[in-house]
Design a protein around this ligand. Structure first.
Ligand code: WT7
Length: 664
């Protein structure tokens, strides 16, 4: 059933989208009425952003000890926000709603892959969080200790994050799709004391034995004292045997909670106390441990969630389809929604299981009003066809969002028409793990949108474009920077201040944050993100480093050398292409391709598997030995070769180009 009751003929939809491509600007849909006022924020932030953030911090957050200092900029780029204030983040996300009489409100409508349903109220989540916090304490976890979290999309993941925050421990969540090797690496570099994981994770009708995979890797980690295991699938899910447990080290989540005191008062934490580390990919093979702190981060997530999703916590049902393991999940599944007292859907599974309509079925079932997803997911839905959403009543939706990569106008229009029924504003939200919160986005009901543009900065933020040598640009193409500190900015890279300064604050000095994206600014002041300026690949909105994938490939015994580049991809935005030289001048076959792909999956995760592997006798290098990735990208994308005169051996490129052309 469509919202208009018409039956769509595929050709008609296609033709209509084609026509709509000519429309450049969409005014806010007439039927959309904004609930939260915003004009005063825009004016206040323009007049004095620091005072604006101070006012918001007092208005939106509950402080145990009010701050008197707002921003400390004595030692840029090491900024401090609200430094003499104290608050607890789990108290802001849970206790204050329960205290206000909203304990019975649903925090998460959890939907399991096999049709299970569970409503977790704010009171439930508070109770679980307190017990787990005490359980963590009983294992010796205290302030500043790092706790790893490697869990699928189950309610315990939110409790785990909040329990850490409650006692001042620092969480380090690893995306459930990563391989155990990547988990180990992240536990090792962050000195994690405890890891919270699961016995097994379900995915599309199959179960991955997570705990035994983790065990195989985690053995020799000195810092790791305990592993807490959520029994999510049980013996039945694991072929008859419960997950292996090591005496003295491992403890079942349920046993830990049962033995724990139910009351755990939230510890007042200094605003600048570390809250979490989230590893993200950078220009080198070593992931960056992006560190966020308590007060500023929560303010960023709380304010932007309110402003961008225009939420009425009493009536809206919100759903963000991301995974908690990414920053989107941290800020817009857990902290932003909970701090605002919102009701969310949390879905365990994939968008195409048991069938392609599972998302739309859930939207109908829960009467979701606000839906936030990624362009790559929308493109997959387009491929599957409008008949799947058309089977369900999506009329509850009032607002749609996207994040993670530039959205192509065609996907934007399909989302607008097929999912939003042309009634819902679309917020294309630009931000990063480093920014902690959305920075550029339309304000729904206010900003006119242009498909493909994240539009304008939100109140309180100062993204800007500069030329290669740092001159401000008011229009045109340039390098994206942020010219003023903001509360939810990363504070450093974990235990690596030097790399923090080098990566973000060396090119244009210590007060100008280098984003890592190129962008275009149009005559209306709208930002159009072009893509990364560093060696980072964006596959389906997931950030991967070319160097990290290269080092995984090179670790295979048959490989002599590898170079990884991005290739434009209709489905995933970008795809990974690997140019590989095998030892002994060998040329690989299909079996070698499969083996290398599997090898990368085992070391990083499935999402890092190269889509294409091209065998190369040699790689194009400068005279100083640096691989020229730009040229490889030209070859992969079938472009004419540019200037090859700086190469040590220009013939290498001609040979490669011929080979790729022959392979089609
Ligand atoms: C990079 C950050 C923010 C959560 C998901 C990714 C790209 C993100 C958009 C957008 C165009 C976008 C940028 C950015 N990006 N949102 N709306 N339009 N590009 O977080 O892994 O830290 O990646 O994703 O290139 O730098 P992340």
């Amino acid at each position: 059933m469509t919202t208009t009751d018409e039956t769509r003929s595929p050709g008609a939809l296609e033709a209509e989208l084609e026509r709509m491509l000519a429309v450049e600007t969409f005014d806010p849909p007439a039927g959309f009425t904004r609930r939260g006022p915003i004009d005063a924020d825009v004016a206040a932030a323009a007049a004095d952003p620091v005072a604006f953030w101070a006012d918001k911090a007092r208005e939106l957050l509950t402080w145990d000890k009010p701050f008197t200092k707002v921003l400390n900029e004595e030692n840029p780029p090491f900024y401090k926000w609200f430094e003499d204030g104290e608050l607890n983040l789990s108290a802001n996300c849970l206790d204050r709603h329960v205290d206000a009489g909203n304990g019975d409100r649903v925090a998460f409508h959890w939907a399991g892959e096999e049709g299970e349903r569970l409503a977790v109220t704010y009171a439930d989540l508070l109770a679980e969080t307190q017990r787990l916090a005490n359980g963590l304490r009983s294992l010796g976890v205290g302030r500043g200790d790092v706790v790893g979290i490697f869990l699928p999309m189950i309610p315990q993941v939110a409790a785990a994050m909040l329990a850490c925050a409650r006692i001042g421990a620092v969480h380090n969540v690893v995306f459930g799709g990563f391989a155990a090797t990547a988990v180990k690496e992240r536990m090792e570099v962050s000195d994690a004391k405890v890891l919270i994981t699961v016995d097994g994770a379900r995915r599309k009708g199959r179960t991955a034995p997570v705990k035994s995979a983790v065990d195989a890797e985690m053995g020799e980690l000195a810092s790791l004292e305990h592993i807490i295991v959520v029994e999510a699938v049980g013996a039945a899910g694991l072929g008859g045997q419960r997950a292996p447990m090591k005496a003295g080290r491992d403890v079942w989540y349920a046993d830990l909670l049962a033995a724990a005191d139910p009351v755990c008062p939230a510890e007042p934490m200094p605003a600048e106390a570390p809250l979490f580390i989230l590893y993200s990919s950078g220009s080198t093979a070593k992931p960056k441990g992006i560190l966020h702190t308590t007060g500023g981060y929560l303010l960023g997530a709380t304010y932007t969630y309110r402003a961008v999703f225009d939420l009425d916590p009493a009536t809206d049902v919100y759903w963000c389809s991301a995974d908690v393991g990414w920053i989107t999940g941290h800020s817009y599944i857990v902290y932003g929604p909970l701090a605002n007292g919102a009701t969310s859907v949390m879905y365990e599974g994939a968008p195409d299981y048991p069938d392609y309509d599972v998302w739309w079925k859930l939207i109908d079932e829960y009467k979701v009003t606000v839906f936030y997803t990624a362009p790559t997911a929308i493109r997959a839905c387009i491929k599957w066809g409008a008949e799947y959403p058309d089977r369900h009543d999506l009329s509850s939706l009032r607002l749609l969002g996207t994040v993670g990569e530039p959205i192509n106008p065609k996907a934007w229009l399909w989302y607008h028409k097929v999912i939003g029924g042309e009634r819902c504003p679309i917020v294309d939200t630009w931000w990063q793990t480093e920014t902690g919160a959305i920075m550029i986005s339309p304000i729904p009901g206010v900003t006119s949108t242009k498909p493909g543009s994240a539009t304008r900065p939100l109140p309180g933020y100062s993204p800007a474009l500069v030329t290669e040598d740092g001159q401000p640009l008011s229009e045109g193409v340039g390098v994206l920077v942020v010219t003023k500190p903001w509360p939810s900015m990363l504070r450093t890279l974990y235990k690596d201040d030097e790399r923090f300064v080098e990566t973000y604050f060396s090119r244009f000095g210590p007060t100008t944050y280098l984003v890592g994206d190129a962008a275009r600014l149009d005559a209306d002041g709208y930002f159009w993100i072009i893509g990364r300026i560093d060696d980072v690949i964006n596959v389906s909105g997931h950030r991967l480093s070319t160097a990290e994938v290269e080092s995984a490939i090179v670790a295979h015994e048959a490989v002599a050398e590898a170079a990884v580049v991005a290739q434009a991809d209709e489905q995933t935005g970008q795809a990974i292409v690997a140019f590989v030289t095998l030892s002994g001048g060998r040329i690989g076959d299909d079996a070698t391709v499969a083996e290398l792909r599997e090898h990368v999956a085992a070391r990083i995760g499935k999402l890092a598997r190269p889509k294409r592997i091209i065998w190369a006798d040699d790689l194009p290098k400068t005279r100083s030995g640096k691989i020229m990735r730009r040229l490889l990208r030209d070859v992969a994308e079938g472009r004419a070769l540019g200037d090859v005169t700086t190469l040590r051996d220009p013939a290498v490129m001609a040979a490669l180009a011929t080979k790729v052309a022959e392979a089609g």
